[in-house]
Design a binder for this molecule. Structure first.
Ligand SMILES: CCCCCCCC/C=C\CCCCCCCCC/C=C/C(=O)SCCNC(=O)CCNC(=O)[C@H](O)C(C)(C)COP(=O)(O)OP(=O)(O)OC[C@H]1O[C@@H](n2cnc3c(N)ncnc32)[C@H](O)[C@@H]1OP(=O)(O)O
Ligand SMILES: Cc1cc2nc3c(=O)[nH]c(=O)nc-3n(C[C@H](O)[C@H](O)[C@H](O)COP(=O)(O)OP(=O)(O)OC[C@H]3O[C@@H](n4cnc5c(N)ncnc54)[C@H](O)[C@@H]3O)c2cc1C
Length: 670
């Protein structure tokens, strides 16, 4: 066991073995040297006071203490944010992922301000007119008002058109009247709504001049700004303990004929004039869903970041942990030396890279589409919706699975809250559901793919992300298998095209048997989800491979080599995972699959000496990792012991409940 200041010897050796320049890889992950410098600057400012670490671990507090503690730390952090960080990033970039990531040094669970910054402010930016932004934005950015995003109801989350809350315009008073007509119409789940927010965005069915115009967003004050009491006509509270997000005070909200001024309707995309006339401004009906598209795009980044934390913890721990013996009497190996452990972990490093590069590319696409829309061109929105839907679904789902694998890789200690792995898992598991459930979003992408297929069939040129459909359309034969990165990508496109084609065929066959289109679609949804997933995987593989090629053009040879190995590992891993599909849609043989398996195992051996270097390259400060198992110095056992001292149960040698329950119980007769 190393002394307090020393770095664990095994980790020292691992770092000695690493044969590439770690900083170079950090710059690639950050998207350039400038970004790394900016990130470090933000971290230095935000974590200047060593972050707000707790004397008692968050997990040892009761629900109320946890909330209060999270709010205390949120105020500390928000002060740093508004007083110092905004100056560095500029207001237009306040939502930079680096700021969000730095927040993790303060919160193991989640900040009650997260939704204010993550959804309330972006919705004001995206859904308000310039005049309305002038009113709300400065107050929101300065946090004079704190908001939530209340869309989901007890009865409906996925099906937004089915929301029941009504906002009825009264031209006499020039107000909207908000009403919750049923128990299922109560708003449910909104983060920050239960105890913290004094305002929220409410998505409600708009009625004016006796007609319903569908769901629209409104900005609503729900609590008094001085007393914080709920305003008359408002019923608000916390929904109760959940798997994670326990410090986010997710809330419920009901309205009893609650009035708000006309101008509180967010009017960028549609307006209600003083006399009650409804005016549609937007050229696309779904622009009111804009905040969701924005958050889906950011969630791909979240998936990568949280996974990079989990795998840093698990790889460092696996270098420190020794277990079993390979031969009788031999020294216990580091568990990282077991190929099965490498199989669990190296794919997680590669996945974090794949999602990071895909997230960067998606963010770029998002900004291009936004710019086009500002010019009045909405043609690229459907493609962005299809892309962001499937990438959000697959990245959050894979990241959750990988984080759970990192926990498995840490054995019993991974189950400790102090490892931070359970927190990471519960956070990312929620991302698979919120902002659009996995299946539901893949079905949105499938709609787009089926249309694209029909266009390809009609010999029309389709959009760039589905361009492979034009190429694959005429191929009746299986695609020729070649074992190369490009060959694997092409094969995945063939799988996607084959699956989409089959879906279209099955829908048409079902219609021929007398089904209407909706039923034929419904009966094909299992295959449609699979087709959308295949399309998404082909895109991630393509983006990861091509972006890594581009980004390493000027890198040193060893960096090129290790990143090539990792990218290839990712491609080969997925080829093996989907070998059934490859057998169906390409000319791959069993012998080729054996070769792929051998190549995969060889890659594990090649990557092994650089494993710790690769996770060090994520450059995650200990304050952000917050893990007894994953710190840079590898003092795993000391930290686990230190954590025991902080456990309130250990404050007294005999627990008072002994006298109360255990002693009388032991002395009682059977
Ligand atoms: C001190 C604090 C420190 C912290 C620092 C913080 C810093 C913050 C910075 C960053 C934070 C980043 C992290 C953010 C975390 C946020 C946490 C979020 C918590 C969770 C929030 C929520 O969950 S909010 C609620 C989200 N709800 C949903 O997503 C619902 C899902 N359902 C839907 O989207 C729709 O109902 C669905 C699309 C499924 C169906 O809609 P419907 O109207 O029925 O449409 P449909 O008929 O099926 O299709 C019609 C047509 O429309 C097209 N379409 C659908 N949606 C869109 C769209 N969004 N855009 C464009 N087009 C769309 C669809 O494709 C169809 O097209 P056609 O096929 O007809 O052509
Ligand atoms: C931690 C957390 C935080 C959240 N924060 C917020 C927030 O701040 N604001 C807010 O408004 N909401 C929030 N939500 C709500 C969230 O957006 C919804 O829970 C989510 O969109 C899923 O909707 P649902 O709960 O109605 O699930 P359901 O739609 O009821 O899904 C249940 C199951 O039915 C399936 N299903 C549903 N519809 C279909 C379909 N058409 N085809 C096939 N299968 C289908 C789903 O795949 C799923 O398996 C939060 C949720 C969580 C868990």
């Amino acid at each position: 066991m190393s002394s307090k200041k020393e770095i664990n010897e095994d980790l020292v050796n691992e770092r000695r073995k690493c044969n590439f320049n770690i900083q170079e890889v950090t710059h690639i992950i950050d998207g350039g040297v400038e970004n790394t410098l900016q990130r470090k600057k933000i971290e230095d400012v935000a974590l200047n006071g060593g972050a707000s670490l707790d004397d008692v671990p968050e997990e040892c507090m009761n629900l109320r203490e946890r909330y209060e503690n999270a709010l205390r730390k949120s105020c500390v952090y928000a002060n740093i944010l508004r007083n110092e960080l905004l100056e560095i990033t500029g207001i237009e970039n306040f939502g930079t992922p680096v700021i969000r990531r730095t927040g993790d040094a303060f919160f193991k669970d989640i900040s009650p301000f997260m939704l204010h910054l993550g959804m309330f402010v972006p919705t004001i930016m995206g859904q308000c007119t310039a005049e309305q932004q002038g009113i709300w934005l400065p107050k929101a950015l300065d946090m004079q008002i704190i908001g939530a995003y209340a869309q989901t109801e007890l009865g409906h989350g996925t099906f937004i058109r089915g929301l029941e809350t009504t906002a009825t315009y009264d031209p006499k008073t020039k107000e909207f009247i908000l009403y919750s007509p049923t128990i299922t119409s109560y708003k449910w789940w909104a983060g920050g709504l239960g105890r913290t927010a004094n305002h929220c965005i409410v998505v409600a069915q708009l009625y004016t001049q006796g007609k319903c115009h569908g769901v629209h967003p409104f900005i609503v004050q729900i609590r008094d700004l001085d007393t914080h009491m709920p305003l008359p006509g408002i019923k608000v509270g916390e929904i109760g303990p959940r798997m994670g997000f326990n410090t986010a005070d997710n809330g419920f909200l009901g309205f009893n004929h609650f009035r708000i001024p006309r101008m509180n309707m967010m009017m960028k995309n549609a307006q209600v004039l003083e006399d009650g006339t409804y005016v549609k401004v937007a050229r696309h009906g779904k622009l009111t869903y804009g905040t969701m598209v924005f958050v889906r795009v950011t969630l791909v980044n979240e998936a990568s970041f949280n996974l990079s934390k989990a795998v840093t913890i698990a790889v460092r721990y696996s270098a420190v942990r020794r277990q079993s013996e390979l031969r009788p009497g031999s020294a216990e190996p580091q568990i990282l030396d077991y190929p099965t452990q490498q199989h669990k972990l190296f794919i997680c490093i590669a996945t974090a890279h794949a999602f990071q590069l895909t997230a960067n590319w998606l963010w770029h696409t998002f900004t291009v589409v936004q710019a086009e829309m500002r010019k009045g061109n909405i043609d690229t929105l459907p493609e962005l919706h299809a892309l962001s839907s499937c990438l959000k679904a697959v990245s959050t789902s894979d990241a959750a699975a990988c984080i759970e694998q990192c926990r498995f890789a840490c054995g019993g200690h991974g189950y400790m809250m102090s490892s931070n792995l359970p927190y990471l898992y519960s956070f990312v598991a929620a991302t698979r559901t919120y902002e659009g459930d996995y299946t539901v979003l893949l079905l949105q992408t499938a709609r787009y793919l089926v249309k694209a297929w029909e266009q390809a069939e009609a010999k029309k040129i389709v959009t760039p992300t589905v361009a492979y459909l034009n190429r694959c359309f005429d191929t009746n034969e299986k695609v020729a298998w070649t074992n190369s990165p490009e060959g694997i990508i092409k094969s995945f496109q063939a799988i996607a095209a084959g699956k989409i084609s089959l879906c279209v065929k099955n829908i048409r066959q079902r219609i021929k048997t007398g089904m209407d289109y909706e039923d034929a679609w419904l009966m094909t949804t299992v295959q449609l989800v699979s087709a959308a997933e295949a399309h998404c995987r082909s895109m991630i593989l393509d983006t990861y491979w091509n972006e890594m090629q581009r980004l390493t053009k000027t890198s040193s040879d060893n960096v090129k080599m290790v990143l090539y190995q990792l990218t290839t590992l990712y491609l080969v891993y997925w080829a093996l995972e989907k070998s059934g599909d490859l057998l169906r849609y390409t000319s791959i043989t069993e012998g080729d699959i054996d070769l792929l398996q051998k190549e995969y195992e060889d890659l594990l051996v090649k990557i092994r000496p650089n494993a710790v270097g690769l996770v060090d390259a994520f450059d995650l400060r200990d304050e952000i990792l917050r893990s007894t198992l994953g710190s840079y110095d590898g003092r795993v056992y000391e930290r686990l012991m230190e954590e025991v001292q902080k456990n309130p149960l250990n404050k007294v040698p005999v627990d008072p409940s002994f006298q109360k329950y255990l002693k009388p119980f032991m002395k009682s007769k059977i």
